[in-house]
Structure formats: C-alpha cells, structure tokens
Design a protein around this ligand. Structure first.
Ligand code: M6R
Length: 614
C-alpha cells in the first residue's frame, strides 16, 4: 500500500520521481505528490487527488527544478483521498517534508501530545503526526535531523517506510523502515530510494534492502550510511538486482494484466527451470533439500496466505496431502494471526505471497516462528520482507507482476506447490517413481499446454459481450478445481465489479441454487476428471432453473457441449495440473468482461497490489 520514491544526485529529480511513481502506482493510486529541493534550497511541494498522471498535469506550470526530492502514490488509510491528505506531508514551519507507507497505530496519542505543545494539523492522516513530531523534537532539543528522525521513530507504534527531507539539510535524504519495504539504489554519484526496486532498476542494479528498525542516511557526495533506531551502525549489504526494464513495460499489450496472462508459457518455464530435469522424476528444490530433516519429520503443515495466494494454498493442501501424505491446514493469514493457534517445532508453516510484503502474512510468520514452527516461504519478489523472514523457501520466479489482479503469480505458486509436494513425497517415500515421473512430465509440458489454451482468447473476447451487463456470477468446481472456482470469481469481481461467488459444485444445492435464474450465469469448471459425471448433474440442475452455463471442459467433451450455453475447451491434462490450465480461460474471461465494461483492469478501484496494512 502506497509507494514511495526518493532521489539525490546530479540529474533533475522530478522526471526520475514521476517515472518511479508510475512504476509504483500498482501499490495505490488515489492521490500523489512530490517534494523537491530547489537549487536555492527552497522546498516545493505539489500534491493532488488522483493518479500520477493527474500530478503530472498539476505540475505542468510549476517549478520542478532540483536534484533532490521525494514522492508518493497513495492508497488511503487515514483520511479520504483528497489534496490535503495526499503526501508529502510537511512540518509546521514548512521546512521538513515526509512521505510514508504504512500505518502509525498510536498517531492519536502522539497527536494529542503535540497539540498540547501548540501543534496544529492540516490533514486527517497519521503521517502528518510523524513529520510534526520530527520537527518538534528537532526544535525543542536542538538535535540533528538524523537524531530527530531516530527519536521520533522510537515513539512510533506501527509500520512505516519513510523518506524525509529538510531545507536545513538541503543535501540529505533520510529513509527508514519497519514492517514496510524500502530499497536503496546505489548509483554512481546518485542514490535512489523506493518501496521496491522497479523505479531503480533502469539506473543501477546495486541495491541495499533496508532491514526493520534501520535508518539510511543519504548525503550528497558521501557513501550511504546505515544506523539503527538505537544508533548502532548497520551493515551496507549491497546486492545485485536480477530484473530488467523490459519486464516492467507493457511490451505492446494494452494492459499489464493481458501481458501477464500471455507471459505464462514463459513464466512457468522459468519457474520449473533448474528444478525439474529434461527427463526423469526428480525435483530439486534447495529450500527443501537444505532442511531435509525438518520436512521428513513434520507433523503437519499450515498454509497461511491472503487472496489469490490463499486460493493457491487450497490447491497446495490437496497436492501435499495427496502426494506427501502430510496433514495440511489452510488459514487466512489475517485470521490465523489472532487465533491463538496450537503450534510447535514439529509444525511447518508455509507462507505464500506474491509481493512478499502482505502485512497479515508477515505477522502470521512472525507469530509462527515465535511458537517454534519452521517457516517455508513461496514468494515472487526476491529480497521481500516475507522471503527474508522465513527459514527457507522457493521463489516462483515469474518476474514482476504489475497488474493488480494476480494471474501469472497464481500459476507460478501452484506450480511451485506441485513441485514442493513432489519433493516431499519423494523424500518421505509416499509417491512411487512412476507416478512422480507422470507428474513431472505434465509439469514439463505446462508451457506448451498454456500456449495452446491461450488460443481461447478470441472466443472469450466475443463471449464476454454477452455477459458485460450481468450483475452476478456463480463459479462452480470440484476437487482440485474448487479453489479454481474461488479464484475465477475473485478475478471477475476485483476487476469488473460484478458480484461473483465461487462454490464447490456439490454445495450449490445447499443454498446458492436459490439464486439461479436467467439473469445469473454460472461458470462451471468441468474437465474430464473423476468428478465429471457429477458435475454434469450440477450443470443440468442449473439449466433446469433457466440459468445459462459457461463450461470449461476438456477438448472433445460432447456431453457438456450439448447442455451448456458456451464451452471453453482446454487440452486433456492430468487432474493434478488442471487448476493451472483452467485458470487461463478464467483470467481471460474476467479481463474481457472488465474491458467491455470500461473498467481499469490494471488499477481497479479501492485496491492495491501490495497490502502492507492490516
Ligand atoms: O502479495 P500477496 O500474494 O501476499 O497478496 C495477497 C492478496 O492481496 C492478492 O492475492 C490479492 O487478492 C490480488 N489482488 C488478487 O488478484
């Protein structure tokens, strides 16, 4: 939630900051702002409700000079999205400006204390409290800016990634983090700071991931310095980014979401590369091999995740139970963290997160580790907070996912969970070589099968016109594809704003069937598996009540073709990998319906890609 970016160097800061905000806009897009230090040492702050493009228009006739600045794109938590609540926020004197990602939980207490000292507030945000507190400490004690930031952060309860500038220190940018991400880009005579590496990668591949409770002191012409909030020197651990600028562009597609859907043959190839050989049944996951004993002796596994990652977790549960015969529970991270769970060192917690920054998932990990459980992570973003908070893990390696609706990350997560289940099954001797070879063979074929399935795009585009003005959708699936139904419904609702519900197909008769009429289409996921006959009955039940049916079926399924209104044919695949293949038409359906409705699929209303607040 919220993206922050900062720059200090020899180039004009404004274009770098704006471009950086565009890259971070997936994190929030209800208002945006920038603070620039002019060559004369004056602070110019421009901010407005709306997207980054609105900020650019707002700045057209403004003085945007300066080689030092900070900027922000917001996802509102405290205070509605308007010009005043937009960041950067500034101190009473107007000398200090600050951008913030996170939530300051004790802001009311701090605010009351500052008001007693005569401070007045312009905005309704928690962030303004922090910038006022920094100035209050600096003015009342006469300390340096760094010490004022440090002392202020010690008073704060909550999560933050911040960047601070001050007219009295016109060649300094200060960054700090706790539970919200902050990456420093180390260039040649210039330094960048951002919520993730995407605004940095085109300028330098050298980055430092700030740790919790660390403060980065970036002074023009001086090496980066890191200290902790307790004033202990920190390590400047420079890492090399493995990310390219091309991965961050739309590459000729109208939207990131469509690009990411079509990228899946390649992303799945990248995900399995080096982990499954060209032949044989062996799966090599270093995150498992290095902790062999833990995985051999695990009593049970608990998967924690949110949203789409949680749906991947439901599929993971079936895979692990089926292949490795270990009991698995799946929990929403937000519920798990407050459920006082019974956990100890015999349990393995699996945290799944595309961004690696989801606040609830991170909190669940911290709690699990406190209880002694071993934590295994399945993340996409390399170096993210969750990736660093786990004991071991496997990256899905699908490249940056920018569309807010998760697509390629979902298929990457399910692919990793399939490999994980296979690795465990082999280790524990619960799967025979022949069956393992069948599954690894199917995984090897995935890129080609996805490519074939993507040919449905034109059919789905045409079909979507029929359903543009529908208000409700039902998604049904069974077995491995019950979670696919949940995921299909989530995709549709988050980008088209059409209400959609996913259900296990057999549960329909226990309630949702009452909703079926001519106005309520049902998407039925009905590949040729052990449940086929039963799902045919479910389709008939819908048809008997006047509902229309879009069925995702295995190529050549004449039975369903005769009764459904529309069929979307996928290639014949083993049950175990079918959720990956069926997700392709469901992603495309959501995309085309949303486009026909005129929705902004990459930046749906009220959402943000990375949910770093509770
Ligand atoms: O980054 P994470 O995987 O932890 O994010 C979890 C959810 O916020 C995310 O999957 C969300 O549900 C997506 N918008 C779904 O498309």
């Amino acid at each position: 939630m919220c993206g922050i970016v900062g720059y200090i160097g020899h180039r004009p800061a404004y274009p770098i900051l704006i471009k950086g905000l565009h890259r971070l806009e997936y994190r929030g897009y209800d208002s945006a702002g920038v603070a620039l230090m002019t060559p004369e040492g004056k602070l110019n702050i421009y901010k407005t409700r709306g997207k980054v493009e609105d900020l650019e228009r707002f700045c057209e006739s403004k003085d945007v000079t300066g080689t030092l600045g900070i900027a922000h794109t917001r996802w509102a938590t405290h205070g509605e999205p308007n010009d005043i609540n937009a960041h950067p926020h500034y101190s009473a004197s107007g000398k200090i400006a600050l951008v913030h990602n996170g939530t300051i939980e004790n802001y009311n207490v701090l605010k009351e204390a500052l008001e007693m000292h005569g401070c007045t507030f312009k905005s309704e945000t928690d962030t303004e409290v922090l910038v006022q507190l920094i100035e209050y400490i600096k003015e009342s004690t006469g300390c340096t800016l760094v010490d004022a930031v440090r002392e202020a952060l010690k008073e704060v309860v909550g999560a933050y990634a911040i960047a601070v500038i001050d007219t009295e220190n016109p060649d300094t940018v200060i960054g700090a983090r706790k539970s919200s991400p902050l990456v420093i880009g180390v260039g040649d005579g210039e330094t960048f700071l951002a919520s993730d590496a995407t605004p940095i990668v085109e300028f330098t591949d050298k980055v430092v991931y700030l740790n919790d409770d660390e403060i980065a002191i970036i002074r023009r012409g001086e090496p980066l310095q890191i200290i902790t909030t307790d004033n202990v020197p920190g390590e400047v651990d420079i890492k090399t980014l493995k990310m390219s600028v091309e991965q961050l562009e739309k590459g000729g597609y109208p939207h990131f979401m469509l690009k990411e859907i079509f990228e899946q043959p390649r992303t799945i190839h990248d995900c399995i590369r080096g982990r499954i050989g060209n032949t044989g049944s062996e799966v090599t996951l270093s995150g498992v091999i290095e902790h062999k004993d833990k995985f051999m002796n695990a009593r049970r596994m608990i998967i924690v995740a949110c949203g789409t990652s949680w749906h991947a977790g439901l599929i993971g549960k079936r895979l692990i139970q089926e292949i490795a015969r270990i009991p698995v529970e799946v929990e929403y991270a937000s519920e798990f963290r407050y459920s006082n769970p019974i956990l100890d060192e015999r349990d393995i917690v699996i945290a799944i997160s595309q961004s690696g920054e989801t606040a609830d998932t991170l909190a669940a990990i911290q709690m699990a580790r406190k209880c002694g459980a071993f934590v295994y992570g399945v993340c996409n973003v390399v170096g993210s907070s969750i990736a660093r908070a786990t004991d071991s893990g496997t990256y899905i390696h699908v490249g940056p996912e920018i569309g807010v609706a998760s697509t390629k990350a979902f298929t990457g997560q399910v692919t990793v969970l399939t490999m994980f289940a296979l690795a465990l099954g082999t280790l524990r001797g619960t799967i025979d070589r022949e069956t393992a070879a069948k599954v690894t063979g199917a995984l090897r074929n995935l890129p080609a099968l996805i490519k074939q399935t993507l040919k449905l795009n034109d059919t789905i585009e045409k079909l979507s016109s029929t359903y543009t003005y529908v208000h409700n959708f039902l998604y049904l699936g069974r077995g491995y594809n019950y979670p696919s139904a949940l995921e299909g419904a989530l995709k549709l609702k988050e980008i088209s704003y059409i209400h959609a519900e996913g259900y296990p197909a057999a549960e329909m008769k226990h309630g949702p069937i009452a909703l079926i009429d001519r106005e309520m289409p049902t998407v039925v996921i009905a590949p040729n598996d052990g449940m086929h006959e039963k799902i045919v009955s479910n389709i008939q039940q819908v048809k008997a009540r006047g509902g229309s049916v879009i069925a995702v079926v295995t190529k050549g399924d004449t039975t369903i073709a005769e009764i459904a209104d529309h069929i979307l044919e996928i290639p014949e695949v083993p049950d175990i990998i079918s959720p990956i293949i069926v997700s392709i038409p469901l992603q495309l359906l959501a995309y085309h319906v949303a486009i026909k409705k005129g929705c902004n699929v990459d930046m749906p209303r009220n959402l943000a890609k990375s949910v770093t607040v509770e």
